[in-house]
Design a protein around this ligand. Sequence first.
Ligand SMILES: N[C@@H](CCC(=O)N[C@@H](CS)C(=O)NCC(=O)O)C(=O)O
Length: 211
Amino acid sequence: MKLYSFFRSGTSHRTRIVLNLKGLDYEASYVSLAKNEHHQADFQRLNPQGFVPVLETEMGTLLQSPAIIEWLEAEYPKPALLPEDSLGKEKVRAIAALIGCDIHPLNNKRVLEYLRQIGLDDAQINTWCAKWIQDGFSALEQILQQDSDREKFCYGEQVSIADAYLIPQVVSAQRFKVDLSAYPKINEIYQHCMTLEAFQKAAPEQQVDAF
Ligand SMILES: N[C@@H](CCC(=O)N[C@@H](CS)C(=O)NCC(=O)O)C(=O)O
């Protein structure tokens, strides 16, 4: 498998975490968003949306991290990253959607570039990013606090897809100087996940293209 990714991309980061948790080897191909390589024709042919990640597999070219992650779960079921019961699956996917649909897209590169184009300066753009992370994390913190069995991970005692979404979003929050002490449960889960090799190896600073 070949993963097209960028070290700082949260969607690439969550995909790397899942690949590592499943113990899958993959070749990395680096697409620099900083150098706008995602706008080049070769990459656009691979993904007309011009987004990383893209996963090339023997079965074809896979787009969209949520779909890639669900594909990995279906093709490589062990270790399971979704609970067995339908309610558990819903809870894990709800956390993934909260992060993947309601926080991350608002802070994407193209959105920030557009904000700059219409006149916002760096400080205003950072305020924008922090605002959507804080809104999402405030709700997520309450959700995580509601169940006492959410101790080390986002759901139950097992690492799940939800943790693969959460950890890159915490890294992004740190980048935008969001005060994480306001979210003790999120912080606790982050600290715990980062003791695991799969998460350590997936970290942006560990990638060959990191600068
Ligand atoms: N929904 C897509 C979003 C992918 C995405 O937003 N990728 C970002 C990096 S995290 C990207 O390539 N951004 C390029 C841009 O905004 O110009 C997914 O989850 O795969």
